[in-house]
Design a protein around this ligand. Structure first.
Ligand code: GDP
Ligand code: ZN
Length: 306
């Protein structure tokens, strides 16, 4: 006899999965069929039969959101699914690269995922000029939480922010993502919690995992997410996910305005009168150049995409 049930993927190690049913029971599972790509955070439909301990994932339910990266063949592959809140993390040390921050914010905006800023290591002095840049981002609707895993500042605010969300920390290496995850999910060492041993016991490889946050919500930790470089080609073509560009683009003379040197461009006008931050606009231009270089390198296959 076979039983069919819906579940959520709480761990993914290649094609080796752990799924959790609606009653909270966990099963080992495998995708049924080669073509099915299943990632941590996915809602799936499973089947078990009396002869096998393992469940089969028969179908992935539509993803509410997804983060995608480009693989070596420049095809997109999902990294994690159904994140509701992307926590873009930075710190006084390592020196913040706001271009990286913008890229994450854009990736989130383009898939309809909310994003928030986390400034960790508030026990350290802030680099010159960072405060006004963060104020610009707050003004665009990205809430900022200042915290320190060292002295506990802001951790309660961060807990409230993540309540009932499916969240993930992203950002430069060393900003404190593991430390913050450890503060939200006590008792889990994210660095070793993500390790899974293969059946033959030879390999331990890092896996993606979903951890419950006490009191409600979940945190997804995945090496693919932490270091994830958003697939640029996937960005919305008019604004690339820059919310202030998206807001002004309808006022441009040309529908396909790239907001670089085109006449009658509402975005360039807003930069000129100071409504759009010069740094954000420079970041936009950089991302646009990068996108065009990638499209040229990829050739006609990718140029067909919007
Ligand atoms: P990840 O690479 O983003 O996961 O960063 P880690 O969590 O591994 O932290 C990198 C380093 O920053 C470690 O040495 C931590 O001890 C340190 N660190 C984490 N949080 C804080 C903090 O709030 N203040 C200070 N001063 N150091 C921190
Ligand atoms: Zn324009």
């Amino acid at each position: 006899m076979t039983a069919r049930f819906t579940a959520r993927v709480t761990a993914a190690f290649g094609r080796h999965l752990i799924v959790r049913d609606t009653q909270g029971r966990e099963f080992e599972a495998r995708p049924f069929g080669r073509r099915l790509s299943v990632v941590c955070g996915d809602d799936v439909e499973c089947e078990t039969d009396a002869h096998h301990g393992e469940a089969h994932v028969m179908q992935v339910l539509p993803r509410r959101t997804g983060l995608y990266r480009s693989n070596l063949r420049a095809d997109e592959e999902p990294v994690v699914a159904n994140i509701s809140l992307l926590l873009v993390t930075l710190a006084p040390l390592p020196a913040p690269d706001l271009f990286i921050v913008d890229r994450y914010l854009c990736a989130a905006a383009c898939v309809g995922m909310r994003a928030a800023l986390v400034l960790n290591k508030s026990d350290l002095p802030l680099p010159d000029g960072l405060t006004p840049e963060l104020a610009v981002l707050e003004g665009l609707g990205y809430p900022l939480t200042t915290c320190s895993t060292q002295d506990g500042t802001g951790l309660e605010t961060l807990r409230r922010l993540c309540h009932d969300e499916t969240a993930a920390f992203v950002g430069q290496s060393g900003v404190g993502k593991s430390s913050l995850a450890g503060a939200l999910v006590p008792g889990v060492d994210i660095r070793t919690g993500g390790l899974m041993r293969e059946a033959d016991g030879r390999h331990t490889t890092t896996a993606s995992r979903l951890y419950d946050i006490p009191g409600g919500g979940a945190l997804i930790d995945s090496p693919g997410v932490r270091d994830f470089a958003p697939a640029i080609e996937r960005l919305e073509p008019t604004s690339l996910g820059f919310v202030e560009v998206a807001a002004r683009a309808p006022g441009c003379r040309f529908d396909d305005c790239r907001h670089l040197r085109e006449p009658g461009c509402a975005v360039q006008a807003a930069v000129a009168n100071g409504e759009i931050s010069a740094r954000r606009y420079e970041s936009y231009r950089r991302l646009r150049r990068l996108r065009e270089q990638l499209q040229q390198a990829a050739g006609p296959k990718s140029r067909k995409k919007p």
